[in-house]
Design a protein around this ligand. Structure first.
Ligand code: T1G
Length: 720
């Protein structure tokens, strides 16, 4: 969205003695350079016009101001700076009020804090969420918020990044007045003008936030900073900006306002230069880009595709995934019919769902009536005919092609024309499943991640024959479930599991070559993952991967047979050591413990496998472990984009951010690769390829991009 000319982005109109300043910069009134220029000009005009006794700042459309224009970050800065605009507003010799509706976030709240009075409408959302972008308030927010509401409340807003509603903002002292919709009529501009007229008739003075008394109790302020510092140490380990926020708030207690403001700016610019800012802003835009229904295949955009109505959903299978999917659909307010093969299995499916809601009741997040209301929309049956009127059916049975094709044959027999038929398979060939029914255009993959009612990621897998309106309907369904959908093509493991498998293979090779699995997990946690690959294996259950390896072994082609195959996982599975669910896997989980302990027996099995394979173990530094794991992820990510399984590198990033715990501040594997520089990644793959050329074969996409000096980001702008 090009930046609106200053005159259009900010309009001024005199209402009696009040100059109404309106920001109109769709979609969210971001503080672009022209908006800043317009605001500065408006205050200058107000000061110069003797007819003006007060100023009211409002936003057009659904929001007040959603902050600085994030798209400007990383570009050369354009004057005026936002701190200067805020200081100008605060210094105005006539009362300035801000009338807030919708979002007043980041720089938007800083503009309001620079004003002398604030009014908020119901539904307003106020906050200083810069930390979520790897930043901190950079236009006086750390100083004015602290002076207005105290260090503890200000730190809570800035370190959590949470939005507060109008009522809480009023209770905190962030705003002076709430618009009570029942009492008053007219839009926010009317409310605002009425409020300013009251201020004028009350002879309300210019009241600068820099002089507010929120710092009166310095001891409390210091205690709040100490407490926040302790909590931040634990919670935002590895994040760059939280300590900077603490330092700025500390300065509010120790330094005069203008000195503290200068320090805030210095700290802000340090955050701006940190790679975490780039990673988090990439994540911000990527997760919004994937929401837009892409084309099924590159050449066709779904501009005017219709939607199929989804008012009722069937779920086939009541196991872990089936029950989680049913709960996700119930949480979205839809009725669910579950199909199982026998009464016992159906009862288990229902009990599984009930357990989910009982857990919420236990946490006080749901009432018994609430649970009853949800379960009232659940029904179960042993007869597929119960799905005759379902608009969408999601199959979540055992991961076996023949079993799934049998289910789809039943669905093809009973489901009404136009019903969407989806499979939750994690790996299997959906084209083959679609080929088994008379309506392949109605078939696609909805690949949920476990636990399906919690995990936000949903891979929407598009077989060759899927209809455009089925894809659009699936994206709309994902939005309704509050999921982050990513379109994926059909291949073994789609986007996420395929790339994760490459990561696992790199980790397995290092383990057989001498690295302890526990050291590898430590290194990947140090990189920012919540868990290392072997902890994930134990959580997911080794039996699933084992079944997949056995399935693949049967069809391994010559090249696959020539590829190195690490058998350590098979040795554990042969012992029934599948992970948490069997009390031991790579780790031991005595008495059902959730976090595992390293196991000497596993180390012994690994040592025996090395001897069997004739491998003399060597040591691996954390740095090398991380380099190899990421190189494998990035290279396979490039293959996935190159083959069109993922539309753009950002789709791979969103899959890993939402489905595999990739550290958000690194932006995802492809963004991280750009941060490293693709030539360096390619050089690493070349180096590792000297010992294993088949596994470490550089992706043609990677060599191509390096060849023309381009990066993955250059492919993100292509339309979905
Ligand atoms: N700058 C540029 N574009 C923005 C934007 C922003 N601040 N906020 C949203 N957009 C775009 C977004 O990409 C999307 O575009 C469209 O607007 C609608 O957004 C100095 C440095 C406001 C709660 O962190 O949280 O101020 O995809 O889909 O669900 O201290 O957007 O349509 O092309 O999210 O209704 C601080 C970020 C900035 C707020 C609306 N501000 N925005 O949610 O719509 S840093 C923020 C949001 C700062 C100063 C510092 C949400 C929203 P497109 P959407 P929504």
């Amino acid at each position: 969205m090009p930046d609106m000319p200053a005159a259009e982005a900010v309009s001024c109109r005199l209402h009696g003695e009040v100059l109404l300043v309106t920001i109109a910069n769709p979609p969210v009134n971001a503080l672009s350079a022209n908006v800043r220029r317009g605001l500065l000009a408006a205050i200058d005009a107000a000061e110069a016009n003797p007819d003006v006794r007060a100023v009211l700042i409002t936003g057009a459309g659904r929001n007040f101001i959603a902050g600085s224009d994030i798209r400007e970050f990383g570009q050369p800065p354009q004057p005026p700076s936002l701190p200067d605009v805020c200081s100008r507003i605060e210094a105005c010799g006539k009362p300035v009020a801000a009338a807030i509706h919708g979002a007043a976030l980041g720089g938007g709240l800083e503009v309001a804090l620079a004003a002398h009075y604030r009014l908020a409408a119901a539904g307003a959302r106020l906050g200083l969420p810069e930390v979520l972008l790897g930043l901190m308030p950079g236009a006086g927010g750390t100083q004015r918020a602290t002076r207005l509401i105290g260090a503890a409340a200000a730190l809570d807003l800035m370190l959590s990044g949470r939005h507060v509603d109008a009522a809480e903002a009023h209770a905190l002292g962030l705003v002076d007045r709430l618009v009570d919709p029942s009492e008053s009529s007219g839009d926010i501009q009317e409310q605002g003008l009425a409020y300013v007229r009251q201020l004028l008739s009350a002879q309300a003075p210019v009241r600068r936030t820099r002089d507010a008394a929120g710092l009166a109790d310095r001891q409390a302020g210091r205690a709040a900073i100490a407490a926040a510092r302790a909590a931040t140490g634990k919670k935002s380990r590895g994040l760059f900006s939280p300590p900077k926020i603490l330092e700025a708030v500390e300065a509010a207690l120790d330094l005069p306002f203008d000195d503290a403001l200068r320090l805030e700016r210095k700290l802000f610019l340090q955050c701006m230069d940190s790679p975490q800012r780039a990673g988090l802003i990439h994540a911000f835009f990527a997760e919004r880009e994937v929401l837009k229904t892409p084309a099924i295949h590159h050449q066709t955009r779904n501009a005017n595709t219709t939607l199929r109505a989804i008012g009722s959903v069937g779920v086939v299978g009541g196991g872990t995934m089936g029950a989680g999917i049913a709960a996700a659909v119930l949480d979205a307010g839809l009725p669910v019919t579950m199909i199982e093969r026998d009464a016992a299995a159906l009862a288990r499916g229902r009990a599984h769902i009930e357990t989910i809601y009982d857990g919420l009741i236990a946490k006080g997040r749901l009432s018994a009536d609430g649970k009853a209301a949800v379960m009232a929309r659940f029904s179960g049956s042993l007869a597929y005919d119960a799905l005759a009127q379902a608009d969408l059916v999601i199959e979540a049975v055992f991961e076996d092609m023949a079993v799934k094709q049998a289910v789809f044959a039943q669905l093809d027999r009973v489901c009404k024309p136009g019903a969407v038929l989806a499979t939750n398979t994690s790996y299997l060939d959906i084209d083959a499943i679609a080929a088994g029914v008379s309506r392949p255009a109605d078939v696609l993959g909805l690949h949920f991640f476990s636990p399906a009612n919690i995990m936000k990621l949903l891979e929407i897998v598009t077989p060759a024959k899927v209809a455009a309106d089925v894809l659009t309907t699936a994206f709309e369904f994902a939005r309704k479930l509050g999921k982050t959908p990513v379109r994926a093509g059909v291949c073994d493991g789609f986007i996420g599991n395929r790339i994760f498998a490459a990561y696992r293979q790199a980790a397995d090779r290092m383990m057989e070559d001498g690295a302890s699995p526990y050291r590898i997990d430590d290194a990947m946690r140090g990189f920012g993952f919540p868990m290392g690959p072997f902890q994930v294996a134990d959580l997911a259950g080794g039996d699933i991967g084992w079944a997949a390896r056995k399935r693949r072994a049967a069809t391994r082609n010559l090249q696959a047979r020539q590829t190195r195959y690490v058998q350590i996982a098979d040795r554990l599975c042969e012992r029934g050591w599948f992970g948490q669910k069997t009390g031991r896997g790579y780790y031991a989980y005595p008495d059902g413990a959730r976090s595992g302990a390293p196991s000497e027996e596993v180390e012994a099995i690994i040592a025996a496998e090395r001897r069997r394979a004739g491998i003399v173990p060597r040591s691996f530094s954390d740095e090398e472990i991380v380099r190899r794991c990421l190189a494998a992820m990035i290279n396979e990510g490039a293959n996935v984009v190159h083959q069109g399984v993922a539309l753009r590198p950002l789709d791979v990033d969103v899959v890993f951010l939402y489905g595999y715990g990739f550290p958000r501040y690194r932006g995802g594997p492809m963004k991280y690769a750009d941060t490293l520089g693709l030539p360096r990644v390619l050089a690493d793959i070349g180096e590792f390829g000297r010992e294993d050329p088949l596994f470490w074969r550089p992706s043609p996409l990677l060599t191509g991009l390096v060849g023309r000096g381009a990066n993955f980001a250059s492919l993100n702008s292509r339309s979905g």
